[in-house]
Unconditional design. Structure first.
Length: 393
């Protein structure tokens, strides 16, 4: 697909889901395809959860606090992140080392999210403050506030949620915001964030404009993984009634893992996997399904231009000619990518290259399907969104 086959350049909003290192690598594949098409320059909104927050933080760190151009991403940012992810764990006893584990001691039991923030600074070089981020694209880092049960967001301009209030000059490190976004309930645990005493505003839920200056209800909040609220990172960019928010095209890269069989948190932690209690996993899977259906309905009804890029979607789902299929990942490799465990550990070169290729192919095939259907004036319900993927189950 050539760049001129894509739609007229407009403001692109990217929603990058959670899913640990698996999601980070899948999103890298999606971004690699957009960069090859010269589209990263048109990204004006970024909304991320967990693995999406991790990879976005790594991108900004590698680009010295800027959103990279398409050529810069391909030539330097992507290769640098690949080397980093295949070289070592982000969060594990092995990554801490014996001395680090001893120093962390009590924090390992009760403050693992704070350890993650420290590891993001030391191992990934994410030293930025929120204020250091560029004004464009606007990056929404999504977390879940335990005290309010709402979507607490961090950005360059503000932090907070509509119930607690918002602070419009947050002095928070990007590493802390990412760690909160990736703080899987119980596996990592909440990040405890100390808050400033002054500068809080009650905002209009619709416009987000400040209305009344308030005294915060507490001086600390506990922030969980944004996926506990909504793992697809859609809320800042898409609302079912209002449509798109501050963007013209929505691309949602969903690398959420499948709902697997029940297993104990302790057993998963020993294997390095991040897993919540079963009830959380079931609720998150249901929320994801409902969000996907609402999004796809809006896209199919042509309310706006949007794409849902689902990890695990095989090239066969795009109804390619049989002689072309061998050029793409097999059904088995697509499924293996989807089933890669949710963790923060080193990924092998083989797994990295397979998953990043899966993300790249999913983006490429989805956009090719859109261009093909558009040229053929195909208005069937399944492909009106520009996709040829199976309906959401």
């Amino acid at each position: 697909m050539s760049a001129d086959e894509f739609t007229t350049p407009r403001r692109i909003g990217l929603a990058l889901s959670g899913g640990g290192i698996r999601a980070a690598v899948f999103h890298l594949g999606v971004l690699k395809h957009l960069a090859e098409e010269g589209r990263l320059e048109h990204v004006t909104q970024l909304s991320t959860v967990s693995g999406g927050s991790l990879v976005t933080g790594a991108i900004f760190a590698r680009a010295e606090g800027r959103w990279p151009s398409s050529s810069e991403f391909i030539e330097s940012v992507y290769p640098s992140i690949r080397r980093m992810l295949i070289s070592g764990d982000l969060l594990s006893f092995r990554a801490l080392g014996l001395g680090g584990a001893i120093r962390a001691n009590v924090q390992i039991l009760f403050r693992r999210a704070n350890i993650l923030a420290d590891m993001l600074r030391r191992r990934w070089g994410i030293e930025l403050e929120l204020a250091d981020l560029p004004p464009s694209p606007v990056w929404h880092i999504n977390t879940t506030c335990i005290e309010t049960g709402k979507n607490w967001r961090f950005s360059r301009e503000a932090m907070g949620d509509w119930k607690f209030g918002r602070h419009f000059s947050p002095r928070v490190s990007v590493a802390e915001a990412i760690a909160a976004s990736a703080a899987v309930p119980y596996a990592i645990g909440a990040l405890k964030l100390s808050l400033p005493e002054h500068g809080w505003w009650q905002t209009d839920p619709a416009t987000k404009a400040p209305k009344t200056q308030i005294t915060p209800a507490a001086r600390t909040v506990h922030l969980w993984d944004g996926g506990a609220y909504e793992n697809m990172a859609l809320e800042p960019l898409y609302k079912p009634v209002e449509g798109l928010q501050d963007c013209d095209i929505l691309m949602c890269s969903d690398a959420s893992g499948p709902l697997g069989p029940p297993s104990s948190i302790a057993a998963n932690l020993i294997r390095g996997r991040l897993a919540s209690p079963r009830l959380f996993d079931i609720a998150a899977d249901q929320i994801r399904s409902l969000r996907s259906r609402m999004l796809m309905k809006s896209i199919q009804q042509k309310e706006f231009e949007g794409y849902l890029l689902r990890m695990g979607t095989s090239a066969r789902s795009f109804r390619l000619p049989s002689d072309v299929l061998p050029e793409f990942l097999s059904d088995e490799d697509s499924l293996a990518s989807l089933n890669y465990p949710t963790n923060l550990m080193r990924i092998s070169e083989i797994d990295f290259d397979r998953i990043v290729r899966h993300g790249h192919e999913t983006a490429r095939l989805t956009l090719m399907a859109f261009a093909r259907n558009r040229s053929q004036s195909d208005t069937s319900e399944q492909t009106a969104s520009g996709q040829a993927i199976p309906s959401v189950q």
